[in-house]
Design a protein around this ligand. Structure first.
Ligand SMILES: [Mg+2]
Length: 301
């Protein structure tokens, strides 16, 4: 039996826990679940109140299509329109759930005397803001991942927990789709468990800007897992997903995310597919409106 709060449904874990060297080959694409099948169990979930545990099938996608166990993904993904009419919504992590750049700026100031504010990021590509190469930018960000600034925890975006709690108790199924890298997979799961415990059914990693490993486009992840809506602050992902027919709520907190603006030449997408939201209250209202429209469309077909 797995640890409370998380569950490996692909294989009986007891058989694998007897042998630390053994691994669950049914979930070989999933490092996190694979770790659950070892004898060295990580201590996630300790802060999860029993009343809020819903045994989420949290797992990570390696991004490599050659090793992804499609049957595992399909069995764990609820269809878009389920029997109880739940709408599957994908939620980004950085700048939507947590204030990543705010914390990264503090690290850069302390470590390199680089002084930037959130308002300086006219684009969410750090190399362009910092005036360095992509390689150097990646190195700095990975140093940040190993720093106390990152380990101490990134503060949450206000209002997210309350809104997501209401949404999860309503007609929405929430999953995380993040561009974050595999190297911070465990730290990300711990952070989600600490701040958003019991709210997300699954977590997927795109592994973008990584030092190693393949990456996976957000639109491909959303389509594969049946997410009809993505909440994300990055207009690049918004346009990419809208082009794939996925609805997007572009999260521009208080209108103060400089990078989170659609470019003027982005007129090719269907404007109904991308709505700008400035706080989590607006997210709730837009989702309610969207769910109603999708239901009406489904009823007419
Ligand atoms: Mg983001």
């Amino acid at each position: 039996m797995g640890r409370p709060g998380f569950n490996c449904r692909a294989a009986p874990t007891t058989a694998y826990r007897k042998d630390a060297a053994a691994r669950c080959n049914l979930v070989r694409a999933c490092h996190f679940v694979r770790r659950l099948c070892s004898s060295e169990m990580p201590s996630y979930g300790l802060t999860t109140p029993a009343s809020r545990r819903r045994t989420p099938d949290i797992k990570a996608w390696s991004g490599s299509s050659s090793v992804v166990d499609k049957s595992l993904i399909s069995t764990s993904c609820t269809p878009v329109a389920t029997g109880d009419n739940r709408l599957r919504v994908a939620v980004d992590v950085d700048e939507v759930l947590g204030r990543f750049v705010y914390t990264l700026n503090k690290f850069c100031k302390d470590q390199y005397d680089m002084e930037y504010g959130v308002g300086d990021y006219w684009i969410y590509e750090f190399a362009k803001i910092w005036g360095c190469s992509q390689e150097r930018s990646n190195q700095i960000v990975h140093e940040f991942f190993r720093s106390q600034h990152f380990k101490d925890g990134i503060p949450v975006v206000p209002g997210a927990l309350e809104a997501l709690t209401r949404l999860s108790e309503s007609n929405y199924e929430l999953v995380v789709v993040t561009s974050r890298q595999h190297v911070i997979q465990d730290a990300t799961l711990r952070w989600l468990d600490r701040h958003y415990s019991g709210l997300f059914q699954e977590v997927y990693f795109g592994n973008h800007f990584a030092l190693e490993g393949k990456s996976q486009r957000k639109s491909d992840i959303c389509r594969t897992i049946g997410a009809r809506v993505l909440i994300d602050d990055n207009p690049s992902y918004a346009l990419e997903c809208a082009a794939a027919g996925i609805h997007v709520l572009l999260y521009d907190w208080g209108g103060a995310y400089p990078w989170s603006k659609l470019p003027p030449h982005a007129g090719a997408y269907n404007p109904d597919l991308i709505r700008v939201v400035q706080d989590w209250g607006e997210v709730e209202r837009e989702l309610a409106s969207l769910a109603q429209r999708l239901r009406a469309t489904a009823d007419n077909t």
